[in-house]
Ligand binder design. Structure first.
Ligand SMILES: Nc1ncnc2c1ncn2[C@@H]1O[C@H](COP(=O)(O)OP(=O)(O)OP(=O)(O)O)[C@@H](O)[C@H]1O
Ligand SMILES: [Mg+2]
Length: 239
């Protein structure tokens, strides 16, 4: 049975003045996959996913999500269609507690059902291992824990697609192990698009890897195929 395509792009481009940060990208993400997006610094990874979720507009090309053209939809509409994302730069509310941050994300979906709000908020915090820190002020958390909090905020939306931009940056080895287990569990119900520089994490999690270099896709395949790909080794994996 052919997998259903959850998200695709055609000829997607983004220029910053004369700089072509993303060029003519045709990308297809089947539902249920864990997809890793890798590539050297400045390859265009963050720019690409920023267009997917509507954080920045595309210069040209199209983005389709669940069969619907979302290229020109504002970010909040894409969130209500089922996209969630966390970015390289943390976007938590530093003066609110850990609990309140996640409750805000859950509230969008559940409205005023207080019992469900509490249950699902604590549930999302438990999944990322932050339940014991629920009453802490979010801005006081270590950077790695702030990244986990962002993931909990994403999960609180029960998204169809979860986009994570360098989620393991700042995590300890033990926390990275927990993150890998978390993403495996999340992927039972959610398609995951993961930008990640930590190659062992990529190899452990990804069904398919897409490699970006100078704004273009230069390779796509299974972890074993990507490991064996000479072009990728030259561009990125350092031979
Ligand atoms: N707002 C912006 N204005 C101008 N140039 C930008 C802007 N955002 C990104 N760029 C440039 O676009 C290119 C791609 O950047 P991008 O952040 O997408 O790379 P990346 O693959 O996410 O890199 P990293 O691995 O370092 O996060 C880079 O040359 C970057 O300097
Ligand atoms: Mg980036």
């Amino acid at each position: 049975m052919a997998a259903v395509t959850l998200l695709s792009t055609r000829d997607l481009c983004r220029h910053f003045g004369g700089l072509r940060a993303v060029r003519d990208v045709d990308f297809d993400l089947p539902q249920g996959e864990i997809r890793a997006l890798i590539g050297p610094n400045g390859a265009g990874k963050t720019t690409f996913v920023s267009m997917l979720c509507g954080r920045i507009p595309a210069s040209s090309g199209t983005i389709t999500f669940q069969g619907q053209d979302v290229t020109h939809l504002p970010a909040h509409k894409r969130i209500s269609l089922g996209m969630a994302y966390t970015f390289q730069i943390t976007s938590i509310f530093g003066n609110l507690t850990v609990y309140e941050n996640v409750a805000l994300a859950v509230q969008h979906r559940l409205g005023r059902d207080h019992a469900a709000l509490k249950r699902e908020t604590l549930g999302a915090l438990a999944r990322v291992g932050l339940k014991a820190r629920a009453e802490q002020v979010a801005g006081d958390l270590a950077y790695g824990h702030q990244r986990l909090l962002e993931i909990a905020m994403g999960l609180g939306q029960e998204p169809k697609l979860l986009i994570l931009d360098e989620p393991t940056q700042g995590l300890s080895d033990g926390e990275i192990e927990e993150f890998i287990a978390l993403i495996r569990e999340v992927s039972a119900n959610t398609t995951v698009l993961l930008i990640e520089h930590n190659i062992p994490v990529v190899m452990a999690l990804a069904d398919t890897i897409t490699v970006l270099n100078f704004g273009r896709i230069i390779a796509e395949g299974t972890p074993a195929e990507i490991r064996a790909n000479m072009h990728v080794q030259e561009a990125y994996l350092g031979g």
